[in-house]
Structure formats: C-alpha cells, structure tokens
Design a protein. Structure first.
Length: 253
C-alpha cells in the first residue's frame, strides 16, 4: 500500500535513514485553525475583562485607563508574535493546534528546533499570512518539502507524528522489557527518533550492517543511560526496551 505522505529522508552517521512523513496543507490548516481559535478566545477574554472591570477600576484609580490600554496592547503584541514561537520552542516544535493535528516542526537535519529557528520561522509569518495566507499556501504547494517562507528561511520542516500503535518494530511483543533508569530525562527526542528509525528499518539492512548499526546505537545509548554492557540484553532487545520506556513515560508526544 503506498504511503499517502511525502517523506523527508535523512541519513545518519550510524547508516540509519530517518524518515519523516511531511505534513501537507490540510493538517497544517487544521492546526492553524485550532491555534487561531485559542488566540481569539484569549483576546476576547482580555477585552471582556477590560469592559467589565475597567469602569469600576477607573473610579478608584485615575491612571487606570492608560495602564490597562498599555497592558492590553502589550498582551495582544505577545499573543500575535509570541504565541507560535513560544509554544514551538517550549513544546519541541508543537503548538496546541499542532499537537491536536499530530504534526511537529523539526529542523531540516531531523533534530529538534532551536530557539533561533523557532523565532526565525515565525518572524516571517506576517508575510506568509498576507492575502488570507496566499504566499504561504503557494510556497507549501510548490516546495518539495512542503515548506512555507518562514520554514525556508529558518531551515525547518513540518512533519506528521507517528502514533505508537503504528510503530510495529517489536521482535517479540510478549517479552518483558528490562528495567532501565529514567529514560525520559536522560534521552532526547532526536535520540529516540534514531532508535525508532533503526528498529523500523532493520529488516531492510544486511545482517552485517544491521549488527554493526545496532551495536553502535546501543553503545551510544547505554553510555548516555550509564548502563553497563553486562547489565543489558542484546543490542536490539536493549534498543526495544529503551523505546518502550520512552513511549511509556509520554515524553514523545
């Protein structure tokens, strides 16, 4: 069955290809609609608060009107310019809308976005949104990686999340995973993606490459988790166990 999504494929030093299904116009529009609704509700809440509390506060404080106006302007500025960048930086490439649409912004190299990339891609949002988002729609349509102008400048792409139930890489689903340290706090999303990419593609590798790749990734992860070689199962079982613990701790959403 053909994959309905275009994919971004990145080769890692461990000879494992990271594959990310690119998000298209539909899922990105759904995320934007959800985020815009949140912004609208937040703005309405502030306006209602000013209308309701402003008169009574003004009778007690002469300068209340000026201060409330200044605070409202500052809030609306932060809401418009800071909402997307702030959430994407703090939530590893997601806003509430992107989380609902199950999409995420990542660097074109496959790693999580940096604060600079999060700010840069959203700085150009004002241009992408001109004429009811016409420049952004055109850019996403013609670009091979479905990037809008902000993504092109920042070097980012928007990809679909892969649901846990769609990740079929357990060699033996009945095997109980080994007890491991706090995986969620010691590993990051990029390392988890590397593990998942190998587990998903290992059957396509030759036995020699598969063994070498598993050993290299397992050694790197074991060092990060401070797990001695004698205290862990085989390389591939160890990587499965790490991925299970990472999923269970709900760090990759």
């Amino acid at each position: 069955m053909p994959d309905p999504f275009d994919k971004l494929t990145i080769e890692t030093p461990e000879q494992t290809a990271l594959e990310f299904p690119l998000a298209g116009l539909g899922s990105r529009a759904l995320a934007l609609l959800y985020d815009s609704l949140i912004q609208l509700l937040a703005a309405l809440a502030v306006v209602i608060g000013i209308v309701y509390f402003g008169p009574s506060l003004g009778r007690r404080w002469v300068g209340a009107s000026n201060w409330m106006t200044a605070a409202a302007i500052f809030f609306f500025f932060c809401l418009y310019w800071g909402y997307f960048a702030g959430f994407e930086i703090l939530w590893h490439g997601q806003t509430p809308g992107k989380r609902q649409a199950k999409i995420r912004v990542i660097s074109a190299s496959g790693r999580s976005i940096t604060p600079f990339e999060g700010i840069a891609r959203n700085f150009l949002r004002v241009i992408d949104m001109l004429f009811v988002y016409l420049p952004g729609v055109i850019a996403i349509t013609v670009d091979r990686q479905n990037r809008r102008l902000g993504d092109m400048v920042a070097g980012t792409v928007v990809v679909h999340e892969i649901a846990a139930e769609d990740t079929l890489w357990y060699a033996d689903a009945s095997r109980q995973p080994a007890l491991l340290p706090d995986v969620g706090s010691r590993l990051n999303d990029d390392e988890f993606r590397l593990i998942e990419a190998f587990l998903a593609r290992r059957l396509d590798l030759s036995p020699e490459v598969r063994h070498q790749t598993a050993a290299g990734i397992a050694a790197r992860i074991a060092e990060k988790l401070q797990v001695e070689a004698g205290n862990r199962p085989s390389d591939e079982d160890f990587l499965e166990d790490v991925a299970r613990h990472y999923r269970d701790q709900a760090r990759f959403r």
